[in-house]
Design a protein around this ligand. Structure first.
Ligand code: C2O
Length: 352
């Protein structure tokens, strides 16, 4: 059977990955009647939202994005406003840190075939909320173009102290244009920039092409009602998705101040990842990889298993209305109203 939307009544305490309980509740405000939450229908649109590559945006775009994010952060004054920045980050915490149960198991959307569709729907609503806060129905999130040499660093707009897009809880190594290591699991590799970029492109070729010739290898292992969490991740979730998180977050066990020790916050732990605005920019590129992978053709198509297609999630939209959404309704990003501004994909020809 498919995974049903999480049962809000039983939403409980979340746990920090590899750590103690999260010291606050990650549960969203409860809808009055969970059982009557309707199915979401993609609203009609006249123009596609075009997600730009983060390294190519204009000053005007940055100003709008910054403003939208600070408006979202202002909504945190009401800690139960589902549109607030913290509530938005808590969505990730609730779905990924054991706040929800599914049957007699904990619900976990990572390391399984729910990884791509869950994050697609999550960003879909996050983007609509930002757009509505600045009255721009065509606002589109930027994507962190880490698969292209010109995007292999923290996008500069996130590295401006005082900006709503800045987050102090990052590894200082990510500042000032350092080239990212897409295979980063905690050990710094001493190499030059050219070599690092070459490694990254090879890695992209491996994860998109060599190691993902068919759907289950790309999306991840089946995960159904009652499944044990973490059946197995797809190639892109494993690398570079996770390394980008670890590379950006603080180093584990370092002191975050006041004697609080780090569990990788913000980007390096599920419960806190959404507290860094760059999370949504990172995941826009993860989402773009789904489209790029299908564009490679051959057996690279969406899964057809009904348990995948009929799995559901729960989200609030920009009007604070609660909805159930299905995986089958998120397979085509254009039908959802957005697309990606194209950039070249040099990894396609990076055969080792
Ligand atoms: Cu839900 Cu990048 O993790």
């Amino acid at each position: 059977a498919p995974v049903p939307p999480p049962d809000q009544k039983s939403c409980g305490t979340a746990t920090i990955t590899d750590g103690p309980a999260v010291p606050y509740s990650c549960c969203p405000p409860k809808p009055d009647d969970m059982d009557s939450v309707p199915y979401y229908k993609i609203p009609r649109m006249s123009k596609l939202r075009k997600r730009p590559a983060a390294q190519n945006v204009t000053e005007e775009y940055i100003a709008k994005y910054q403003l939208a994010t600070s408006k979202m952060k202002e909504l945190d004054k009401d800690q139960f406003d589902p549109l607030g920045f913290k509530q938005q980050a808590n969505i990730h915490c609730a779905y990924c840190n054991n706040a929800y149960t599914m049957g007699d198991q904990k619900l976990q959307v990572h390391e399984s075939w729910l990884f791509f569709p869950f994050h697609r729907w999550y960003l879909y609503f996050y983007e609509r909320i930002l757009g509505s806060l600045i009255d721009d129905p065509t606002f589109a999130l930027p994507y962190w173009n880490w698969d292209h040499p010109s995007g292999m660093r923290l996008p500069p707009m996130f590295d401006v102290e005082g900006s709503s897009l800045y987050d102090a809880r990052r590894n200082p190594q990510v500042r000032n244009g350092t080239i990212i290591d897409l295979g980063f699991f905690g050990d710094e590799v001493k190499t030059n920039e050219i070599q690092m970029i070459t490694n990254n492109l090879l890695l992209m070729y491996r994860q998109m092409i060599t190691n993902a010739p068919c759907p289950l290898l790309f999306f991840g292992e089946p995960y159904r009602f009652g499944s044990k969490p973490n059946p197995g991740q797809g190639t892109i979730e494993n690398i570079p998705h996770t390394p980008v998180h670890i590379w950006t977050g603080t180093v584990r066990d370092t002191d975050l101040g006041n004697g609080v020790k780090s569990y990788g916050e913000d980007m390096g732990n599920f419960y806190s990842a959404g507290l860094d605005p760059v999370f949504y920019c990172h995941h826009a590129n993860v989402d773009r990889m789904w489209n790029e992978w299908k564009a490679l053709g051959g057996k690279r198509r969406d899964l057809t298993d009904n348990d995948w297609l009929n799995s559901e999630f729960f989200f609030y939209d920009e009007n604070r209305d609660p909805w159930r959404v299905k995986v089958r309704d998120c397979l085509d990003s254009k039908k959802m109203g957005y697309d990606y501004e194209p950039t070249s994909t040099p990894w396609r020809n990076f055969k080792p």
